[in-house]
Structure formats: structure tokens, C-alpha cells
Design a protein around this ligand. Structure first.
Ligand code: DAH
Length: 357
């Protein structure tokens, strides 16, 4: 076959290839016709094998001609492959249940919330409806606000009740949220209705119910004619709102130097239903709400006249309350970073989702 015949043969092959390619309507069909032209035994491949039969001076031209034809046929296949692919996408997209990438997405509720945060939001919500403000104070606190201004003088044995992390600068990590009581009295003066959720620290041996880092929520009301009846009413309301039912409680005398009289308010353990478990130290009751009437000395430290004003205060164990509410039996889980303990948005009170996201 001379060069002229070769060119004619190649034109024929290209024409056949074009017809074969265009007849293919799926990728699979296209794949199947390809070897007929481009494979080693295909029509182009066979012609390639004849190059060495040409006289040396014609071999170069024969090779170039064959290569050009082979590239043209390869392009035919590639172009048709693209056409099939895009028509398949279009067919897929026009199906009734097709995915429409241009539609705006459904935004999933973002993130889960730590049980302590969830309970804190809920308590803030309850108290804000009662006209309380939400205050904050420093976690690194002075001895004065943490102890002295709360009627716990330097040599007072009550300081032993709280094992304190002392810092090298003479300050300490607050052992409770109570120091914010006097700070708030100084800042605003009476009347006061506030809560103070916050982190506290104690040098404790860690076990199922003790942690070195935990949360409390202080409460303080100072006004004229505040009595124990007000205190009990607010405590009951608080527990009812948090647990969405009347929770069994008991009130015992309790000693805290900054209140007089002072009480321990216990609630029936919701982890074991009152039968006794490690969380309630097998007693069936959990100390959750120490409280009392603000000691006159504390009012004086805050610059308030105890003859004119009285008040009540409470120190809610926020971490413990969260454990009760969300059924976490071991306090160590709370600081573990274990995401399984987090509260999904579906379990938060509706108002909290709107407010906090
Ligand atoms: N601050 C106390 C503690 O951490 C708790 C407490 C008790 C707070 C009685 C109060 C209160 O406001 O009235 O142990």
C-alpha cells in the first residue's frame, strides 16, 4: 500500500469510527467499540504494524499520517464520552426526585451543649423572668472577698471547710461563687436580685461526686422585709422549673458563716430514685441548695444597713443539678470532654434554643 492508498484507507477508518462512536449512546457501548479502531488489533493498530514495510524514505511520512489519524480518532472517542457523561447528568437531574444543588440547604441545629451550660441557661431564664440580673465575678479572687467579707475571718475554723488553691501572687481560686455577693452589694447597693453562675475550684480528692473544678450558681436578694418565706418560695419555684415537676425536698439547719439562720436544702436523688447510690453517697438525698438569710455582718461589708435591709442567699450546686437533670452518675464525666455527655438541641427547652444560638 503506497502513501496515497494509506491516506484513503485512513479516511475510511475515520468515517467508520465516527459512525460507530455516534451510534454509542452509553459509556459501556463506547468502551466496547474502541478496540475496533484503537486497539493493537484494531484497524489503526494493524496499519501501524505495516510502517516497517514502507521504503525508508517514505516511513516518516507514513508514520506521521497514521499518527494524525490515530489522534483524530482518539479525539472522536473523548468528545463523545464527554457528551454521554453530560447527558447522563442532565437526565439524572431532570428526574422528579433529583437532587437540586441550587436549593438553599436545611441548616441543622448547631452543636450540642454541655449539661452544665444547659442547666445554667435554664436557670438564668427562670430567674430573669423573676426580675433577677445575671452577674459575674473573677475566678481568681482575693482572700478578702472569698472569706473575710463573708464573715469568715482569718482564724475562723470555717476556712477549713474549703480546701483552697492558693496562688503564688497571694490570691486564690475562688472556692465558691459567694464572693460575688459582696462585690454586687458594693457595685449596685440595695435592692438587689441577682444570680451568679460560675466556675469554682477546690483542692479535693476526685471521686464520683467530688471534682476540683465545678460550677455553682449563687443567688442573692436584698431588700426591705425579705424573709425566710420568700427564700423557700423561690427555692421551690426554681426546682419545679428545672425538673418540670414537684421534687421531694427537705430542709435541714446548716452552718455557713455568711448566713444566719442557714439551711441545707436536699432533694431526693433522681439517679437512684432515693434508694441510695454512689452519687448520693447511699443516702437517697443530694445536697443541692445550701441557703440562708444573709448575715448582718455580710450586709455591712457590702455597705448595706442591716437594720433597714434583710436578704436571703443561696449557693446552688450547678454541676450536681446538671447531673441530676441529665442522669450523669459520675461527676468526672463533666470535665472529661466526652461528647456523649453533651445535650443535643432537641433536649433543650425551646426558649433556650432561640435565645442562645
Ligand atoms: N458558698 C457555699 C459553699 O460553696 C454555699 C452557700 C451556702 C452559698 C449558703 C450561699 C448560702 O449563698 O447562703 O459551700
Amino acid at each position: 500500500m503506497d502513501i496515497k492508498q494509506l491516506k484513503h484507507a485512513l479516511i475510511d477508518i475515520e468515517t467508520q469510527a465516527r459512525q460507530a462512536v455516534e451510534a454509542a449512546s452509553t459509556l459501556e457501548q463506547l468502551r466496547r467499540v474502541r478496540p475496533r479502531f484503537l486497539g493493537r488489533k484494531g484497524s489503526l493498530g494493524q496499519l501501524m504494524a505495516t510502517i516497517r514495510d514502507y521504503p525508508p524514505e517514505q516511513r516518516g511520512l507514513a508514520g506521521q499520517t497514521l499518527n494524525a489519524a490515530s489522534q483524530a480518532v482518539t479525539r472522536l472517542f473523548a468528545d463523545h464520552q464527554k457528551r454521554i457523561e453530560s447527558s447522563e447528568v442532565a437526565a439524572e437531574a431532570s428526574r422528579a426526585d433529583a437532587f437540586d444543588a441550587s436549593l438553599p440547604g436545611v441548616r441543622p441545629p448547631l452543636g450540642n451543649v454541655h449539661p452544665v451550660t444547659a442547666v445554667q441557661w435554664e436557670i438564668e431564664h427562670v430567674f430573669q423572668r423573676l426580675g433577677f440580673t445575671v452577674e459575674a465575678g473573677p475566678e481568681m479572687e482575693s482572700e478578702y472577698y472569698n472569706f473575710e467579707a463573708l464573715n469568715i475571718p482569718a482564724m475562723h475554723p470555717a476556712r477549713d471547710l474549703q480546701d483552697t488553691f492558693w496562688l503564688s501572687n497571694g490570691m486564690l481560686l475562688r472556692t465558691h461563687t459567694s464572693p460575688v455577693q459582696v462585690r454586687t452589694m458594693e457595685k449596685f447597693g440595695p435592692p438587689i436580685r441577682c444570680i451568679v453562675p460560675g466556675r469554682c475550684f477546690r483542692y479535693e480528692t476526685v471521686d464520683a461526686s467530688h471534682e476540683t473544678t465545678f460550677h455553682q450558681c449563687e443567688g442573692l436578694v436584698v431588700d426591705r422585709n425579705i424573709s425566710i418565706a420568700n427564700l423557700i418560695a423561690v427555692m421551690r419555684l426554681l426546682l419545679r422549673e428545672v425538673f418540670k415537676r414537684d421534687v421531694k425536698i427537705r430542709l435541714r439547719p446548716g452552718y455557713f458563716p455568711f448566713v444566719e439562720p442557714g439551711f441545707e436544702l436536699d432533694m431526693s436523688c433522681l439517679i437512684c430514685g432515693g434508694s441510695g447510690c454512689p452519687t448520693c453517697k447511699k443516702s437517697g438525698w443530694v445536697e443541692i441548695l445550701p441557703c440562708g438569710m444573709v448575715h448582718p455582718n455580710v450586709l455591712r461589708y457590702g455597705g448595706i444597713d442591716p437594720h433597714e435591709y434583710t436578704g436571703f442567699a443561696f449557693g446552688l450546686g450547678l454541676t450536681r443539678l446538671a447531673m441530676m437533670k441529665y442522669g450523669v452518675s459520675d461527676i468526672r464525666v463533666m470535665n472529661s470532654g466526652d461528647v456523649r455527655a453533651l445535650v443535643p438541641p432537641s433536649r433543650l427547652a425551646g426558649s433556650m434554643i432561640v435565645e442562645k444560638q
